[in-house]
Design a protein. Structure first.
Length: 468
């Protein structure tokens, strides 16, 4: 049986990761990501996949971020019924993320129908809570490092990626033509020397590496977080304003809150309440607290001597009523809410109140994909379209660099170099075209790898490419 790899998302874009491996007579999908950002990309979520989900035998999930896992309920809706293999942390977070994602899509569709601003009559959700629950029922947890038998001549294991709780590189070993081929799917590679998560595990020697390139064309700003944020925060607090931090619910919200609390405990920031207003972020924080002793979290966190990630002055808001009350509160205070790209969810209600007021501050702390409101702010928009209205941008605005949970170009190269030997062939994926092509050049020049930047729906005969 030929060894074949094809790419059905997450190529020349940072969303929709879906990589199909055909080996040992089995069809294995690595990740089931949702397309986000530009309308052209989002429309792909509604188009039938070029493979029949019912013919897949296994799904391997690197982690729970929407761009890697958010399409899973739709895949189940369209016929997938096999196991979804992942780490315990990924399974626990997925119980939150997929249900929250389904709820947001249902609510956004209902709100669009109520306000009449959708072009579709009626507006529909891509998938429902029922689909998400069905997908969760397929999840099977596997510990880091434990080999998972997928079939005769086909096995896989998860290695710590240092990106978010439960995140993993996926190593697959397939026997083809009397030899064993090692494939490694990087997932999202975490950063070195960051709080909350340990460094990514060095990659095993591999024949084929599928490598993300989100920041493949740039370096993170090493300016300390507090040095960037402290002056504008103090000005905002002095005016009695509210600082709104749109943040990814899983990973980024916990990291930002940890850094803010550490600064307040050290007296470097005044003691003001921090509000986490996102059901998924609230529950994700509790999941993080349950996993404080895991190898996927920084062991220094356990040294605080408590069973919670944030023991003091962090307030959690799950209900809609709580969120509405919070939206009426004056400052000084900090609100952390998702989504991090201002694509949807509760943060939009806060945004409508905070943007028009000069006392307030909006802080972006993560990557902003093209077509999102976050990217529009970065590009200097004077108004943002929120719930069918044009909201003026009058608040202060700040972009904090260096908090990404993704390795930058040098970090990715460092991770590849940390293997016992370089991979024979690297597919550069999960990045905008400039980022993928730039990283490809560095891999060729500095490490000597054969590289390919695949296109959407492109497939490759690995037996032929690898030769003897």
């Amino acid at each position: 049986m030929a060894l074949r790899l094809s790419f059905h998302g997450g190529v020349r874009t940072v969303t929709g990761s879906r990589h199909l491996l055909e080996a040992a007579g089995r069809r294995v999908l690595v990740d089931a990501g949702l397309f986000q950002g530009l309308r052209e990309l989002r429309r792909r979520n509604w188009q039938p996949t070029s493979f029949d989900p019912a013919t897949l035998d296994h799904l391997l999930l690197t982690h729970t971020h929407i761009d890697h896992a958010g399409y899973l309920p739709r895949l189940v809706h369209d016929g997938y019924a096999g196991p979804v293999h992942c780490t315990p942390g990924t399974r626990d977070l997925a119980q939150l993320l997929l249900l929250d994602s389904a709820k947001i899509q249902e609510e956004d569709a209902a709100y669009a129908n109520k306000k009449g601003y959708s072009k579709h009559k009626p507006a529909l959700a891509l998938y429902t809570t029922e689909h998400a629950e069905a997908a969760l029922g397929l999840m099977r947890a596997v510990d880091y490092g434990a080999w998972l038998g997928l079939d005769d001549g086909l096995r896989a294991r998860f290695l710590n990626a240092g990106h978010i709780l439960g995140s993993a590189h996926v190593e697959v070993r397939a026997t083809t033509g009397g030899r064993e081929v090692v494939l490694l799917f990087s997932g999202d590679v975490g950063r070195y020397d960051m709080p909350l998560h340990p460094d990514p595990t060095p990659p095993p020697a591999s024949d084929v590496l599928v490598l993300e390139s989100t920041y493949g064309d740039r370096q993170h700003d090493d300016t300390p977080f507090l040095e960037q944020l402290r002056p504008p925060l103090l000005r905002c607090f002095g005016r009695g304003g509210v600082a709104l931090i749109p943040s990814f619910a899983v990973g980024r919200s916990q990291l930002v809150t940890l850094l803010l609390r550490q600064a307040m405990e050290a007296g470097e920031l005044p003691e003001v309440p921090i509000h986490i207003d996102s059901p998924m972020a609230v529950d994700a924080t509790r999941v993080y607290s349950r996993h404080l002793n895991d190898e996927n979290l920084d062991p220094e966190l356990v040294g605080e001597g408590h069973g919670r990630l944030f023991p003091r002055n962090v307030h959690f808001h799950r209900s809609v009523e709580d969120s509405k009350r919070l939206n009426r509160m004056d400052g000084p205070r900090i609100i952390i809410s998702s989504s991090g790209m201002l694509a949807g969810g509760r943060v939009l209600h806060h945004l409508r109140r905070i943007l028009p007021n000069e006392r307030n501050l909006v802080v972006l702390v993560g990557y902003q994909a093209p077509g999102t409101r976050g990217r529009q702010l970065l590009e200097g928009a004077s108004t943002l379209r929120v719930h069918g209205e044009n909201v003026p941008v009058r608040s202060d605005f700040l972009v904090v660099h260096g908090l990404s949970a993704h390795a930058d170009r040098d970090g990715l190269l460092r991770w590849v170099r940390s293997a016992e030997r370089p991979p024979r062939l690297v597919f550069v994926v999960h990045g905008e075209p400039e980022a993928s092509l730039e990283l490809e050049r560095h891999l060729r020049r500095e490490i000597g790898c054969e590289t390919v930047v695949p296109r959407l729906e492109q497939g490759f005969d690995l037996d032929r490419l690898l030769g003897d």
